[in-house]
Design a binder for this molecule. Sequence first.
Ligand code: HEM
Length: 152
Amino acid sequence: MTFYDEVGGHETFQRLVDVFYREVADDPVLKPMYPEEDLGPAADRLRMFLEQYWGGPSTYSEQRGHPRLRMRHVPFRVDPDARDRWLRCMRAALDEVQLSPLHEATLWDYLERAAYAMVNTMDSAEAGGRPTLATRPAASSPASAEGTTETP
Ligand code: HEM
């Protein structure tokens, strides 16, 4: 029994990304980052990735190839503000799907590490391009980008 099965399989991941993208659609920083107006295809990609990562079908790799998520995020400005907004949307989604405390803690721990690993600039837009001291350097994020975002 994989984690994917334990939390309820496809239905659970579908609900998670549905709520997540509903929140993204309302976020003034995140929404404009998405190249497509329709967030549906992006939701499918995130869902397929998460399903595969947690032991479900490997549809993501069949359709998209090797995840290389850090590389795929290079075109986007993932600064600490974007990361925190992404995590806020994900937190809302996790709260809504209501997993067992252990499953929830496991998934949240992973998502938090992955989000920290995805940060690719410390220049916050508000600071006019100057690095801020209040942010956490990518080099000391809790997990390496590769380890967090590829296969378990
Ligand atoms: C930290 C803040 C993050 C931001 C602002 C962000 C933003 C984006 C954007 C704008 C896209 C392009 C939308 C698309 O066409 O698919 C994208 C793609 C994607 N993101 Fe993120 N992301 C973040 C973190 C993460 C994390 C932590 C994960 C995984 C746990 C993730 C997984 C993905 C996946 C699987 C794709 C589709 C990649 C592909 O196959 O092309 N993202 N992200």
